[in-house]
Every structure is written in structure tokens, then in C-alpha cells.
Design a protein around this ligand. Structure first.
Ligand code: DX5
Length: 218
């Protein structure tokens, strides 16, 4: 069963409340909060995303899916745990070593929040295999982290397929989420390869019919 997370990255502040109401009615499964610190990636969305995360809690019953594109992973985990999110995902590229990764995984799980690891396009999928027994989700980035509205990177499909096979052969049930350049065409390529959660920002927000766009991904 394919689930859909809608990214608010390119939603204007003056439209966010109305957008949230409409997304909930349209049937998005999650709201993705793309937190960027201006260090791990160029843009800084920290203030906007903190505000949007608060709105999600206040005006919807939608699960908050936090995607940290930050260098100081620990401090952002701690600040977002306060919002009792559904899941917090951090980038493997922002971590120094396995010890630190395991520390962050435990920090999130201790608060009964699901944990994900995200990998950027140039990171080999094998780099996250050793963490699969401890996490709930892998975000396979299909664009360079840092901006919405980019083109889907085609070699992502092979990474999804390899992860799906490794997941299955080892009896893991880790969610495979794909984020970046997702539309009905690229989304189907990803789900055919084994992804079960699709993140879309532009495709849904600019669709003019959220429900139709979300259903086309499912
Ligand atoms: C990149 C972001 C985007 C966003 C969705 O750092 O994570 O992938 O969520 O972007 P589009 O507009 O491509 O769906």
C-alpha cells in the first residue's frame, strides 16, 4: 500500500493554513517538514518550518514527518521531539560515525518517535544497510537535498530496488520513502522498484486538485 507525504517546502506563509485544511481533506497520509539549517544545505528554512510544524499540530490530525537537512542533528532532534512528531529522519552524511548515528537513533526512539535515515543521491545505498535493524524508514533522496521543484534523478531507481531486495532477503520491514521530483510517472517507477512512501511537494501543491494528485501517486 503506497502512502503519500506532502512537503510544505514551497507553500507560502499566507496560504499554509488553508493548504493544510485542504491537504487533510484530500487524504495526504503525512505532512513532510523539510528543515534546512543553511549549513548542511544552502537554504535556511528553520523558522518557517518550525512555524508550519506548529500549525500542523494545531489545525490538523495529520502525522508530522520531520526531514532534518541539518549539520547539528542532535539539537534539531531535541527541538522537534517537543512537537511529538510521527517520525524524525536525519541525514547519514551529517553524522561523524556509527557511534553518533546509533546515539541519534536511540535519542529519537527513547521518545517513542519513529526514526528514519536519509541518504543523498551520491551516497551508496549499502551505507545504511547496517542500520536497518534499528530504524523504521529510509528516505532515498531522488534530488540533491536543499530545494523543491528539481528533476528526478533516474539512478535512484536502482538504489530503491537494491534496498528493497536487501530488506526482503534479511526479513526487515523498513519503509522505503523517496523524496524529490516525484510525480505520477516517477512515483510509479519508484513504487514498482519497491518504495512504499512517496514525498511530493510541487506535484501536489501546484496540481490544482490535491485529491486527484495524491490518488494518482497511490
Ligand atoms: C529537497 C526536499 C524536496 C521536497 C519535495 O530537499 O526534500 O524534495 O521535499 O520537492 P518536490 O517539489 O520535488 O516534490
Amino acid at each position: 500500500m503506497v502512502e503519500v507525504a506532502t512537503s510544505l517546502l514551497n507553500v507560502k506563509k499566507e496560504e499554509v493554513i488553508k493548504t493544510l485544511y485542504n491537504l487533510e481533506v484530500a487524504g495526504t497520509d503525512y505532512i513532510q517538514i523539510d528543515v534546512m539549517d543553511g549549513k548542511f544545505v544552502e537554504d535556511n528554512t528553520t523558522e518557517k518550518m518550525n512555524e508550519y510544524a506548529e500549525y500542523v499540530k494545531q489545525v490538523t490530525n495529520l502525522p508530522l514527518d520531520i526531514h532534518l537537512m541539518v549539520k547539528d542533528v542532535e539539537s534539531y532532534i531535541k527541538s522537534y521531539l517537543a512537537l511529538d512528531p510521527y517520525c524524525i529522519t536525519f541525514h547519514i552524511e551529517a553524522c561523524k560515525n556509527k557511534k553518533e548515528i546509533m546515539k541519534f537513533i536511540d535519542l529519537i526512539k527513547e521518545s517513542n518517535v519513529k526514526v528514519g535515515i536519509a541518504i543523498s543521491p551520491n551516497t551508496p545505498i549499502e551505507d545504511i544497510y547496517e542500520y536497518l535493524p534499528y530504524i523504521h524508514k529510509v528516505i532515498v533522496m531522488s534530488v540533491e537535498p536543499g530545494k523543491g521543484g528539481q528533476e528526478f534523478i533516474e539512478n535512484t531507481i536502482e538504489k530503491i530496488s537494491n534496498l528493497n531486495i536487501f530488506n526482503y532477503e534479511n526479513g526487515f520491514e523498513v519503509d522505503i520513502e523517496v523524496d524529490g521530483g516525484i510525480n505520477d510517472k516517477t512515483g510509479k517507477e519508484c513504487t514498482d522498484a519497491g518504495a512504499n512512501i512517496l514525498v511530493a511537494g510541487t506535484y501536489i501543491i501546484k496540481s490544482g486538485d490535491y485529491k486527484k494528485a495524491i490518488l494518482s501517486l497511490k
